[in-house]
Write a protein that binds this ligand. Sequence first.
Ligand SMILES: Cc1ncc(COP(=O)(O)O)c(C=O)c1O
Length: 403
Amino acid sequence: MNNAEIIELAHQNLANTYGCLPLAFDHGEGAYLWDAEGNRYLDFFCGLAVTSLGHSHPRVVEAIRAQAGKLTHVSNVFHTEPMARLAARLSAAFGGGKIFFGNSGAEANEAAIKLARRWGSNEGGGRFEIISTLNSFHGRTLGTLSATGQEKYQQGFQPMVPGFRMVPYDDFAALESAIGAQTVAIMLEPIQGEGGVVVPQPGYLARVRELCDRAKLLLILDEVQVGMGRTGRIFAWQHGNVRPDIMTLAKALGGGLPIGAMVARPEIAASLTPGSHGSTFGGNPIACASALAVMDALEKDRVIENAAEVGGYLMERLREIAAQFSNIAEVRGQGMIIGVVLKHEAQSVVDACIKERLLVNAAAGNVLRLLPPLTLTRAQADDGLKIIERALRAAPGRRKQAV
Ligand SMILES: Cc1ncc(COP(=O)(O)O)c(C=O)c1O
């Protein structure tokens, strides 16, 4: 099928939930994707921060092949080696934790919310309320949507699940004064991704950790978008050494296969007992084998170091470029999650980049979001930067002066 045929067939039959771009991809390798007609695209999008090792990474391909030929599913009524080994690896990376596996970020966060409530119902004296932040994104299930501080996603789906309270992100005083008798947890993204790559002030997360300890609240950190090396550390909370009580992962964890994980301190996770929560596909052996290959690559191939180095280079170059343009308010981010904050909508710049075969996307309306593979080379970074610079030049508002 050619691009147009694939797109038409999809539109005829899929529910209309996505504002899809008119592109259909056939295969990928490393930082590149090819469409159904053989055109090559440089990928600074990674399927929304999922394919962090690039496409068809040899370790991931080999692990999936080997596991698919061996065993694809048995359910959580039984054990499998990939699930047992992945739980051990994640526990060690977290510094000692118990793992619950699901299939997505929303499912990982749903598990975190349920664990916080369950812990609150016995250890926490009946407390159930979770404080979350405005502009956050935690998922599309009713529970995680209720924890998401963006009304546009809730339109038409109200009433939301009760027991959530919103405060502005990166506003410690607002957070502190929102704590009430029923509060059991604070749920945060270490960097708000969908909210427009919002990086909190240094020390914010540490103060929240200290507040949670003082008020006997659980700290839930949603690492679904920023975890697994994207910020230049395996987990974003490691930058400030702010270990949460519960952490959630998904996206990059499976190297392209659907998997989500909730990781909790053992004494908190003890509130979950047999039958209290579950997921038929959770811990699927192929997804776990793929995630083990991702962990190997992160730990053995200098991938995280590369994310920090090349991400830092991208940010530096983007700040130099930004200095020449009057339509850029700020360049922000950490490692390989970068937001170029524009003074106008970002979609026109996204469209111009895609026309030149660079995949990027827009977040929060005016932020050009870059989520390149952690394995990006400097030469590939330079190729992308040239396209971004040309796209910015063509955007409304643009240059400070003719150069
Ligand atoms: C921080 C964060 N949490 C949760 C989710 C939801 O993940 P999923 O779409 O896998 O359910 C996302 C998705 O973008 C996210 O960025």
